[in-house]
Design a protein around this ligand. Structure first.
Ligand code: GLU
Ligand code: MG
Length: 442
């Protein structure tokens, strides 16, 4: 019996991204004549209790139960252009119960359900795009200037290979750039429906790692690579359309030019943000990034063109033939790449829907760094400091019964237990060691 694949053969991955933001799966030989597996393969409930450091946390399922990974065939992708490696071939999956119904621990299904509720109750659909920052870890490299051609070319052929690989996978990247931080890059993706946007965020992470590997470069999406370095953010852009597909985020007559519905949505997000960050900035290292003066998000602040705002109204080129209503979008900045794009966006949609249900008033616009205001000025504007650590975020999550109630009790229990275990595993490490520990996984 031979266990060798034919030369040049490749594997087909069935993939799912869990609540720690890590993508896991099962593989078959792509040339296998038995493609029935594309109808689904087995999966284990307790997998949801894996910490990023692979130790499994206590969970409600233990050894019992069984699930299916159900491929969404519309997400099939294949990257064949990378040098000296087999093609990266895969499909993204939902997790279902054995009867085919969505499992409550599936982030992709959680996002779909949140979007369906939003649409049913308000007629709104979400267009989204994720911007992802990451770094190349090459300690030997001299520092290259921020945003410079030199910084991008030094990593060559990394950036053009990445763009080509993403295009081949159907991701529609808009831009790659050398960012401000040391060997920091950013990948900007074009807008799409919300589930596709989250799928693309997953592919961007995995394909970036893959291209890095092929170029002999070590890439990381860790929120902070060094305590005093620049943060790597995950910026979640969103806008709305009505039933007819007409963009409805923009209203030039209102403050910040955001429509009434958008104002309610943002108000819901702001109200629940201290709890939301438990899933959008969900790791111990996330809170080294969510600090004042980091251009990330330290307060519940809504602002136009303000990079210290946690929800930012993004700039749109004016008078250049651009359809402003169509291009107009907002950005949630209190997220990083230790989050699952599905759970993160699903939670944002649920919080926004709460704002719409209760017609919460649009928050005031904040034009400056909230940390530069006095305590009483912040109080007047309703700006609250976001949790300063993962334990604080988990406490805010548990205290907000609306937010914690969006998770099935078993999923909530498992999630809190995973995060507690994760904290135990980094207990006693200094900040720099925590950065490295997470960088080795993310
Ligand atoms: N690196 C910043 C962050 O951690 C974002 C900088 C920017 O606005 O692009 O989110
Ligand atoms: Mg950036």
């Amino acid at each position: 019996m031979t266990t060798e694949l034919p030369v040049g053969d490749e594997l087909l991955a069935l993939l799912t991204t869990d609540m720690t933001g890590l993508t896991r799966g099962r593989w078959i030989a792509a040339s296998s004549p038995d493609k029935t597996v594309l109808k689904g393969c087995g999966w284990v409930p307790a997998n949801l209790a894996l910490t990023p450091f692979d130790v499994i946390a206590e969970n409600p399922w233990g050894s019992s139960g069984d699930l299916r990974l159900k491929p969404d065939l519309a997400t099939r992708f294949r990257v064949s252009t990378l040098p000296e490696t087999t093609a990266l071939n895969g499909v993204l999956c939902d997790i279902t119960n054995l009867d085919g119904t969505p499992w409550h621990g599936c982030g992709r299904s959680f996002l779909k359900a949140a979007l369906a509720d939003l649409e049913r109750e308000t007629g709104l659909t979400v267009t989204a795009a994720f911007e992802q920052e990451f770094q190349i870890r090459e300690p030997e490299w001299e520092q290259a200037p921020s945003f410079s051609l030199a910084a991008l070319r030094r990593a060559d052929p990394f950036a053009p290979l990445l763009m080509a690989a993403l295009r081949e996978a159907g991701v529609e990247p808009e831009m790659v750039l050398a960012e401000y931080g040391r060997d920091q890059f950013e990948l900007v993706c074009g807008p799409s429906d919300a589930v596709t946007a989250a799928d693309r965020a997953v592919l961007i992470r995995e394909i970036t790692r893959e291209v890095g590997r092929c170029c002999g470069l070590n890439t990381t999406f860790v929120p902070k690579l060094t305590p005093d370095g620049v943060g790597n953010g995950l910026h979640i852009h969103f806008s709305f359309r009505d039933k007819d597909g007409t963009p409805v985020t923009y209203d030039p007559a209102r403050p910040g030019r955001v429509s009434e519905a958008t104002g309610h949505f943002v108000a819901g997000v702001m109200r629940h943000m201290p709890a939301l960050v438990a899933l959008t900035a969900p790791s111990a290292v996330s809170y080294q990034r969510l600090k004042p003066h980091h251009w990330s998000a330290a307060y519940t602040a809504f602002g136009a063109l303000n990079r210290e705002a946690s929800v930012r109204i993004c700039p749109v080129p004016e008078g250049q033939g651009v359809d402003i209503a169509k291009a107009f979008n907002l950005e949630y900045r209190a997220a990083d790449n230790t989050a699952s794009p599905y759970w993160a966006l699903g939670m944002i949609v649920r919080a926004g829907l709460e704002g719409l249900r209760h017609k919460l008033p649009q928050p005031p616009l904040v034009g400056m760094d909230p940390a530069s205001l006095s305590e009483s000025e912040r109080e007047k504007l309703g700006l609250h400091r976001l949790p300063a650590s993962l334990p604080e975020a988990l406490a805010a999550f548990s205290a907000d019964e609306t937010v914690s109630g969006w998770l099935h009790p078993d999923v909530r229990r498992s999630y809190l237990s995973v995060k507690q275990k994760e904290l135990d595993l980094v207990e006693g490490l200094i900040d720099a060691e925590i950065c490295s520990r997470y960088a080795s996984v993310y």
